[in-house]
Design a protein around this ligand. Structure first.
Ligand code: CP
Length: 301
C-alpha cells in the first residue's frame, strides 16, 4: 500500500498553518479579481463524489471547478449509479480514480475510511464532510469569514451552540482553533454536548453570548437522537432569537453552517440582523474551495 497523497485534506490537524495562510491569501486574490492568478484548467476533471446529501458544499465545489475551467464529474447519491447494483463506495472511488481526475472531493458517512482510501488512490482526496469526523472546508470558510469581518481569527471567542455531539463542523473547529489561535466554548443541552468537553461550557446561553465575539448555531440533527426533544423549549433556551441575541455584542458575528431549521436553532428574522453572516459564509465557501482547487492542481508543479 502506498502513502497518502500529500495534497489530500482529510482533517485540519495535519494541515500546516502556512498552507492555511496560503489558502486565505489565494481566496483574497480571487475576491479582488487578481488577474495574475490563473492556470489552464481546460481538459482537467475533478470528481465530486457526494454519497450523502449536500447543497452548499457540492454546488460551491462545482462553482469552483467552473471558474477554473475544470470539468466536474458529479455523483450525487446512489440513484442512477452502480451503487444501486451493490457496488461498494470504495470500489466506486477506486473506479473514478482510475479515470485520472485531478482530485476527488468526497462527502460520506463514518463507514467509509478516507484515511485508508487516500493511500489507495492516485488523486488527492478533499474531505467535503466525513461522518462526524470533520468538515475541514466548512471550518476554513468560517474562519475566513471571521477574519474578513473581525480582522483576524486570533483571540476571537467562538461560542458553538447546539448539537455539537453530532457535528463534524464542530470537530473541525476544535482542530482549526489550535492552529489559528481562537477560543471555542460550547452551549447546549447536556445530551447535545460531548461527554468530556475539552473546552469551556456555558450552561446559560445569555452568559455564553455575553462572552462571545462569534456566535455559531448548529443544526439540531434530530434524526440522530433517540430521545425526543421539545423544539419550542430548545428555541426558548438555546435558539438564536432576536430576544436571546440581545446578550450578544453589536460588533459580534452570527453564523450557521447550514442547512438551518428556521424557528428551532435560528429564527428567520435573525437572517436580516446586520451581525448575521450566514449567506456571506456561503459566498466565502466558493472562494475557499476555489483556493483549495487552485492549490491542489497547481502547487508543487
Ligand atoms: N454546510 C454544509 O455542509 O451544507 P451542505 O450540507 O448543504 O453542503
Amino acid at each position: 500500500m502506498s502513502s497518502r497523497n500529500n495534497k489530500s485534506i482529510l482533517d485540519l490537524r495535519s494541515l500546516e498553518k502556512t498552507k492555511i495562510d496560503f489558502l486565505f491569501s489565494v481566496a483574497d486574490k480571487i475576491a479582488a479579481s487578481d488577474k495574475a492568478l490563473t492556470f489552464e484548467g481546460f481538459g482537467k476533471t475533478g470528481a465530486l463524489l457526494f454519497f450523502e446529501a449536500s447543497t452548499r458544499t457540492r454546488m460551491s465545489f462545482e462553482t469552483a471547478c467552473a471558474r477554473w475551467g475544470i470539468y466536474p464529474l458529479r455523483l450525487d447519491g446512489k440513484s442512477g449509479t452502480s451503487l444501486e447494483k451493490g457496488e461498494t463506495y470504495e470500489d466506486t472511488v477506486l473506479n473514478v480514480d482510475a479515470m485520472k481526475p485531478s482530485f476527488l472531493v468526497i462527502r460520506c458517512g463514518d463507514d467509509l475510511d478516507l484515511e485508508d482510501l487516500s493511500k489507495k488512490v492516485q488523486a488527492p482526496i478533499l474531505n467535503a464532510g466525513w461522518g462526524k469526523k470533520g468538515h475541514p472546508t466548512q471550518a476554513l470558510l468560517d474562519a475566513y469569514t471571521i477574519r474578513k469581518h473581525l480582522g483576524s481569527c486570533e483571540k476571537q471567542k467562538v461560542l458553538i451552540v447546539g448539537d455539537v455531539r453530532h457535528s463534524r463542523v464542530a470537530s473541525s473547529h476544535f482542530e482549526l482553533a489550535e492552529k489559528l489561535g481562537y477560543d471555542v466554548a460550547l452551549c447546549g443541552p447536556s445530551e447535545f454536548l460531548p461527554e468530556n468537553p475539552k473546552c469551556k461550557v456555558f450552561s446559560s446561553l445569555k452568559e455564553g453570548l455575553s462572552w462571545a465575539t462569534v456566535a455559531m448555531a448548529l443544526r439540531v440533527q434530530l434524526e440522530r437522537h433517540s430521545t425526543k426533544h421539545s423544539l419550542s423549549d430548545y428555541r426558548d433556551q438555546y435558539g438564536f432569537t432576536q430576544k436571546n441575541l440581545q446578550s450578544l455584542s453589536a460588533k459580534a458575528l452570527i453564523m450557521h453552517p447550514g442547512p438551518i431549521n428556521q424557528g428551532t436553532e435560528l429564527d428567520s428574522e435573525v437572517l436580516q440582523d446586520p451581525r448575521c453572516q450566514v449567506l456571506d459564509q456561503v459566498s466565502n465557501g466558493v472562494l475557499i474551495r476555489q483556493a483549495l482547487v487552485y492549490a491542489t492542481v497547481t502547487e508543487g508543479k
